[in-house]
Ligand binder design. Structure first.
Ligand code: IVH
Length: 711
C-alpha cells in the first residue's frame, strides 16, 4: 500500500471514491459491532474486523473533511470492560499491603502484636509463606462441586464474568473431588479418599475459591515468538499476556494461549464442610478438592524463617515456569484474622513482600540489526555484560526505529536495562548525565545490513523491511532455520551456524536443497566429519515423512502458525488441495479469517513457491495426510442450524459440543437470538433458557442433543 499523490485534477474524483468507500466501511463496521456487542455473535474474526476498522481510520485521516460525528471511529466504542457481563463478588476481593524491605516486615509484626495486644515479646507467630504469583486474580464459584462461575477482580466489588474462558484452562477442574470427613467432624485434608466406615465423603455445596491465573513462562516465550514471526505486537510480560488472553471474547483464542492457575484461598459458604482453621489447611483443602496449589508454600514459625524463605527464593524463583514478584506472608491461625480484621482495602493479617525490581546500568557498546524470515529488520543493543535477575545480560531489545528515537539512545551511552517481565531484557532509558561529550545521534540504517537493499516501511507497520525476499542471504538463513525447526520439518542436528555455512557455500539456496545434500557435499564444509554428515542425511531423510501440517507450517506462509497449518491440513488433506483452496473454502474453517486466507492464496500464486512445492514433491517429501488419518467428513446434518449450549453437559465439554455441531455443518453461538434454532440445556443453565422460552425457540436436553448429533 504505497501512498500515491494524485494530480490536482484527479483530487475531486479521489475524494468521491473515498467518500463511497468510507460510507460502505462505516456500514460494515457498525454491522459487525452490533453482531459482536449486541448479539454476541460475531460474523468476523477480530483480526478481520480490525482490517476493516483500520482501513476506515486511515481513509478518514487522509480525508479529514469526510469525518462526521456519527462515524464509528468518532464514537467512544464499548470499552473493553463492558464486553463481559459484570458480576458482583459474593465476598469482595481485597488487595495486599506491601513490604518493600525486611524492616517493613518487622514493622508489620509489631502492628500484629499491638493489634492482638500481645505483651510477650518472645512469642512467635506461625506464618504461611507463598509465592506472590504475577498474574491476575480470579474468583471461582463451585456449586455442588461443579465450576459454575469465574470472574476477574475488577474493582474488587464487581468483576467481569469470564467463565467460558476459564473453562479452557486445563489445570482448572470443572468438577471437584469430594473430601473425606473424619469422625470428629473435621476434614481429612490429606486427600486420602478411603470412604471407609469411619469417614464420610462430602462435596461442599458452595465454595468461593481465590487464585491467580498466569501464563507459564514457556508458553509466553512461544506465544511471543509466534507473534513476532507474524509481525504482530508482542506482549511485554507474561502477566499482560495472561490478562489479554483471559479477556478474549472468543474462548477458543483463550484456549490456544495455554493459561494456568494456582489457587490460594477458599471461602466455604455452605455448611456441608467447615472452613479450615488455618491457612495451611486452607491450602491443603484446596489441594484435596483437586484444585491446583503452588507446591513451594511453607508454614514457618517466626519472622526469621520468613526471611529465610524470602532469601531462599530470591534467585531460585527465576527457575520456576511462572513469574513471581514477591512472597505473600499470611498469619496461619484464622482466629487471629477475625481479631485483626481488614483495612478498607487489605487484610491486616497478610502482607506482600516485594522483591526489588531487577534493573541495572551498563554501557551500550553497539546497536546491531537482525533480519528476520519475513525481512523485518530489528535493532538489538549490545551491552557491556551485566548481571540481571541471576543471569548475565549482553543483549537487549530496542524494539524498533521509533523506540530508538524516543529514547534518543546513542552508542557509548550508559543505559538502564530491565528484564521486561524479567524475560527479554530491554533498554529502559538513557542516563543523560553520563553521556560522553562527543556522542552523536544514532542514524538509523537505510539499507539491509545483509544485502544492501533499501529498507522500506510497508503500509502502517512500524518495522522496516528488506523487500529482497528471495535474494537476501539473511532472510534465506532465517527461512532455513524455520524449516528445520521442531514444529516444522524437525531436522535434528542442523542448527543456525551450520545453516549459515550451508547458505554461504551455496549448498542450500532454497528449502528443497536440503534433500539434495550428499555426504560429499557436506564434507566440503569446515569442521564437518563423516559421522555428523551421516546423521544429518538421516535426519533430512526422516523429515520427508513429516505430517502435512508440519510441512505447511514449515513453508513460512505469513500468518500461518502451527495451529492454522493444522487446521488447513485437517481440512484439505493434501498440499495440492491447500494450494488450490478458494478464499471461501478457507474462511469456512473456524479459526481461519480472510487475512490468513489471502496470504495463503498469495503464497501459492507466486511462481517461486509453486516451483518449490513441485521440487519438494519430486524429491520425495510427503505431500498428503496418511489415508488412515484423514478426518472423516461427517454428513452435514445440521447445516444451517444455529445452536446455543448452556449449562453443564454430562457427556461432552461445552467446547466439544460446539465442535460436534460445527463438524456437522451447524453453527454454535453464545447468545440466544431470533436466529437461534436450538438451545441445548445442561445442568445449572443460566438465563438463556428463559430467553429461549420467550422467543419460542426449541429447547433440547442432552439426550435429544446427542440424538441430533447422531452420537
Ligand atoms: S492473598 C485477601 N496470595 O496479589 C488476600 N494473593 O497484591 C488476598 N496474589 O490481588 C490475596 N499471589 O491477585 C494472595 N499467594 C497469594 C498471591 C496473591 C498473588 C495477588 C492477588 C492479589 C494481589 C495483591
Amino acid at each position: 500500500m504505497v501512498e500515491t499523490v494524485g494530480s490536482q485534477s484527479s483530487h475531486a474524483s479521489q475524494i468521491e471514491g473515498a467518500r463511497l468507500r468510507i460510507e460502505q466501511l462505516r456500514k460494515e463496521v457498525e454491522h459487525h459491532r452490533f453482531c459482536y456487542y449486541a448479539l454476541d455473535s460475531p460474523e468476523l474474526s477480530d483480526s478481520d474486523f480490525d482490517v476493516l476498522y483500520r482501513e476506515l481510520e486511515a481513509l478518514e485521516q487522509q480525508f479529514p473533511e469526510l469525518i462526521v460525528p456519527e462515524s464509528p471511529t468518532q464514537k467512544v466504542g464499548a470499552s473493553p470492560s463492558t464486553e463481559f457481563t459484570p458480576v458482583r463478588h459474593r465476598i469482595p476481593l481485597l488487595s495486599l499491603a506491601n513490604a518493600m524491605s525486611k524492616d517493613d516486615l518487622v514493622e508489620w509484626q509489631e502492628r500484629l502484636e499491638r493489634g492482638l495486644e500481645i505483651e510477650d515479646k518472645d512469642a512467635t507467630f506461625d506464618f504461611v509463606c507463598e509465592h506472590k504469583i504475577d498474574g491476575l486474580s480470579i474468583a471461582l464459584t463451585y456449586e455442588n462441586g461443579v465450576f459454575v462461575k469465574g470472574a476477574t477482580r475488577g474493582n474488587g466489588e464487581v468483576g467481569e464474568d469470564v467463565t467460558l474462558n476459564l473453562k479452557t484452562i486445563k489445570s482448572l477442574p470443572q468438577k471437584l473431588k469430594p473430601v473425606a470427613i473424619l469422625p470428629d467432624g473435621t476434614i481429612d485434608v490429606s486427600g486420602n479418599l478411603t470412604g471407609s466406615s469411619s469417614t464420610e465423603l462430602r462435596m461442599p455445596s458452595l465454595i468461593e475459591v481465590r487464585g491467580e491465573v498466569y501464563m507459564p513462562v514457556s508458553s509466553f516465550t512461544t506465544l511471543n515468538n509466534a507473534l513476532r514471526e507474524e509481525n504482530e505486537a508482542v506482549f511485554a510480560n507474561p502477566r499482560n499476556a495472561a490478562s489479554g488472553s483471559l479477556r478474549q471474547k472468543d474462548p477458543r483464542k483463550t484456549a490456544a494461549r495455554k493459561l494456568s492457575l494456582w489457587t490460594y484461598f477458599l471461602y466455604v459458604v455452605d455448611d456441608q464442610i467447615k472452613q479450615p482453621r488455618s491457612q495451611a489447611d486452607n491450602l491443603n483443602l484446596l489441594a484435596a478438592l483437586g484444585l491446583p496449589v503452588e507446591p513451594s508454600r511453607e508454614k514457618v514459625n517466626g519472622l526469621e524463617k520468613v526471611r529465610a524463605f524470602v532469601d531462599h527464593w530470591s534467585d531460585l524463583r527465576h527457575d520456576l515456569d511462572y513469574q513471581t514478584d514477591g512472597v505473600v506472608i499470611k498469619l496461619d491461625d484464622r482466629k487471629l484474622w477475625d481479631r485483626l480484621g481488614n483495612t478498607s482495602h487489605s487484610p491486616r493479617w497478610a502482607i506482600a513482600f516485594k522483591y526489588p525490581p531487577e534493573e541495572a546500568e551498563t554501557k551500550l557498546e553497539d546497536i546491531c540489526f537482525e533480519v528476520g524470515r519475513t525481512g523485518a529488520v530489528t535493532p538489538t543493543a549490545w551491552l557491556a555484560p551485566v548481571t540481571l535477575a541471576g543471569t548475565t545480560v549482553k543483549r537487549a531489545t530496542l524494539h524498533n526505529a521509533d523506540q530508538i528515537a524516543r529514547l534518543d539512545v546513542r552508542i557509548g551511552d550508559t543505559v538502564v536495562v530491565r528484564k521486561a517481565g524479567e524475560i527479554i531484557p530491554e533498554v529502559v532509558c538513557v542516563k543523560f548525565d553520563k553521556r560522553p561529550e562527543d556522542s552523536a545521534a544514532f542514524v538509523y540504517p537505510t539499507e539491509c545490513p545483509a544485502c544492501g537493499t533499501a529498507l522500506a516501511r510497508v503500509g502502517e507497520e512500524v518495522v522496516f523491511r528488506c523487500l529482497n525476499v528471495h535474494g537476501c542471504p539473511a532472510q534465506k538463513v532465517r527461512r532455513m532455520i524455520h524449516w528445520v525447526g521442531k514444529e516444522a520439518m524437525n531436522i535434528d542436528g542442523v542448527g543456525e551456524m551450520l545453516i549459515e555455512q550451508m547458505v554461504k557455500a551455496h549448498l542450500v539456496e532454497k528449502q528443497s536443497d536440503f534433500y539434495r545434500l550428499t555426504e560429499e557435499s557436506l564434507l566440503t564444509l569446515e569442521r564437518m566429519g563423516k559421522k555428523s554428515a551421516t546423521n544429518i542425511l538421516a535426519a533430512v531423510e526422516l523429515s520427508k515423512q513429516r505430517p502435512l501440517a508440519a510441512l505447511t507450517f514449515a513453508l513460512g506462509i505469513r500468518h500461518v502458525g502451527a495451529s492454522v497449518a493444522e487446521l488447513l491440513a485437517d481440512r484439505f488433506n493434501s498440499m495440492e488441495a491447500i494450494s488450490k483452496a478458494s478464499l471461501e473454502d478457507m474462511c469456512a474453517i473456524e479459526g481461519v479469517g480472510t487475512v490468513i486466507a489471502e496470504n495463503v492464496i498469495e503464497f501459492f500464486a507466486q511462481e517461486e513457491n509453486r516451483a518449490l512445492i513441485f521440487d519438494l514433491a519430486e524429491l520425495g517429501v510427503k505431500m498428503e495426510v496418511d489415508q488412515d488419518k484423514q478426518a472423516v467428513v461427517l454428513p452435514q446434518s445440521l447445516a444451517g442450524k444455529t445452536f446455543v449450549v448452556t449449562g453443564t453437559l454430562e457427556k461432552l465439554e461445552r467446547l466439544e459440543a460446539e465442535k460436534a455441531i460445527k463438524a456437522r455443518g451447524g453453527k454454535a453461538t453464545s447468545s440466544v437470538s431470533k436466529k437461534t434454532d436450538y438451545v441445548v440445556v445442561g445442568a445449572s443453565p443460566g438465563s438463556k433458557v428463559a430467553k429461549a422460552q420467550e422467543l419460542g425457540i426449541k429447547i433440547v436436553d442432552e439426550a435429544e442433543f446427542l440424538e441430533l448429533l447422531g452420537m
